[in-house]
Design a binder for this molecule. Structure first.
Ligand code: UDP
Length: 483
């Protein structure tokens, strides 16, 4: 390997669009703001068309080099376990990619599923980081999980009280991440391994900003450092910008949006992997119709019974006609002047940036949340999987930018009246100005995010500090003085 003057940061993404996008965006920032050379190793699922599309459109040799590493086919029921096992099996290929790079890496950054590869950076004696593309409250639970594992007996979900995390808001048992729902499950065991591995990195980068989550970030670098033992740097919100190249479908959607009144359209999407049952889809269709508000709905067929059923197969369904047949009789005809259905995938950032969008019915994946906040769009929170229940609770109770859906206890779906009433609450009440200040709050947050990212802002300064550490290979600045 050649010695080089410019730092060369290597990032590793685990399978999943929600993991790939934040890693690419962080890489871009290192290049654009710090002139680093950037290489992105991507463990690909090979089964998601949307993933291949993103990899194709993200290819930009002037900003970074992408090296796809095809993953072996691992079968596991839970998505998170499948990703963790895939990452473990991929270590030899990651090692081979790393040692064959033409330029010596100056730092190695992995996402939360890639922590077992940190050993490779240790062998190269370069700084190593974990990039948590979620928020600081989630990170505090994740980092504190090994302690909770020792402290609490029995299932977490049976606890009468919320789980206490020093210096942070407690987490209600029903809001816990999926992996903590059953402690006897392989998913929990694998989750704990990753949580324990966190401190094998030199520091954690987290996709939030100090002004948004001051309390949690203070705890992570204070009370919680006894269990985490490494510094945490808030570098966000790092989100995608709009796509300039538009295809035909996108163009017709944008033209349709151009014709709608300001802040009048509900955007409905459940991220890269979210799927609803046919019963729930039908109820959502009735709910949107009942609300009498305009909407764009990214429609996706169920894949089995799982809420994250499309995680490895986004963009692959050719059953659109079949799905449409499952909608209420006459629905398509009745809504033709009111709404738009989009098959599988929409250019989400372009949509959220459009002035006609009035609210976002979202599964609350952190990527989607940040894209909504940074475009000033209030949220109807409809959490489905992973840490999304925590995200929803935070959006409603801490940030005041969302309302949350509830399942009807008898039918186990979110009912049509509930959907219609929430949509009206956000679109109409907010629009008429008699609001509970959700829109005002989200606009304040948008401004605060912009400030954090621009030169001199908290996240800009923090990422500059990290860049300096990488440039100087300054391991001392990465050590925390904790017992
Ligand atoms: N996304 C998109 N179009 C879609 C669905 C999702 O562009 O139709 C993007 C979205 O903008 C976000 C990412 O996919 O950047 C999803 O990440 P998120 O963290 O919200 O959720 P996940 O998919 O990981 O559950």
């Amino acid at each position: 390997m050649d010695l080089q003057k410019t730092a060369h940061v290597v990032l590793l993404s685990s399978p999943g669009i929600g993991h790939l996008i934040p890693i690419i965006e962080l890489g871009k920032r290192f290049h654009i703001h710090h002139n680093f050379k950037v290489t992105i190793l991507v463990i690909t699922s090979q089964t998601s068309q949307a993933e291949s599309q993103i990899l194709k459109s993200a290819t930009n040799p002037s900003l970074y080099t992408i090296i796809p590493i095809p993953s072996s086919n691992i079968s596991a029921t839970a998505v998170s376990t499948r990703i963790r096992l895939t990452m473990r099996h991929s270590i030899p290929s990651i090692k081979s990619a790393l040692i064959n790079l033409p330029l010596r890496p100056s730092a190695f950054i992995v996402d939360i599923f890639g922590t077992e590869s940190l050993i490779l950076a240790k062998e190269l004696n370069i700084p190593k980081f974990v990039y948590v593309a979620s928020h600081a409250w989630y990170l505090s639970l994740f980092a504190y999980s090994p302690v909770l594992d020792k402290q609490i007996e029995g299932q977490y979900v049976d606890q009468k009280e919320p789980l206490k995390i020093p210096g942070c808001k407690s987490v209600r048992p029903e809001d816990l991440v999926d992996s903590m729902m059953d402690r006897n499950n392989l998913q929990y065991k694998e989750y704990l391994i990753t949580a324990n591995n966190l401190c094998k990195s030199d520091a954690v980068l987290v996709n939030t900003w100090n002004e948004l989550q001051h309390r949690e970030l203070k705890a992570l670098n204070g009370e919680l450092s006894c269990s985490l033992k490494i510094p945490v740097f808030a570098v966000g919100p790092i989100v995608r910008q709009t796509k300039s190249k538009t295809d035909q479908d996108t163009e017709s959607m944008m033209k349709w949006l151009d014709k709608q009144p300001k802040e009048s359209v509900v955007y409905v999407s459940f991220g890269s992997g979210g799927t609803l049952s046919y019963d729930q889809m039908k109820e959502l269709a009735f709910g949107l119709e009942l609300s009498e508000q305009r909407f764009i709905w990214v429609l996706r067929a169920p894949r089995g019974d799982d809420a994250d059923g499309a995680f490895f197969t986004t963009g692959c369904s050719d059953r659109f006609d079949e799905i449409q047949k499952q909608l209420p009789d006459g629905f398509l005809e009745r809504i033709k002047n009111l709404g738009m259905l989009v098959q599988e995938w929409a250019p989400q950032v372009n949509v959220l940036k459009h002035g006609s969008i009035g609210c976002f019915i979202s599964h609350c994946g952190w990527g989607s949340v940040l894209e909504s906040l940074t475009n000033g769009v209030p949220i109807i929170a409809w959490p489905l999987y992973a840490e999304q229940r925590m995200n929803a609770t935070m959006l409603v109770e801490e940030l005041g930018v969302a309302v949350k859906t509830t399942l009807s206890p008898t039918k186990n779906v979110v009912g049509r009246e509930e959907i219609a009433s929430l949509v009206k609450k956000v679109i109409l009440v907010e629009r008429n100005g008699k609001s509970n200040h959700m829109r005002e709050r989200v606009r304040e947050i948008k401004v605060s995010a912009e400030k954090a990212l621009c030169e001199g802002g908290s996240s800009y300064n923090t990422l500059s500090k990290v860049a300096k550490i990488i440039n100087k290979q300054d391991f001392i600045s990465l050590s925390l003085n904790v017992d």
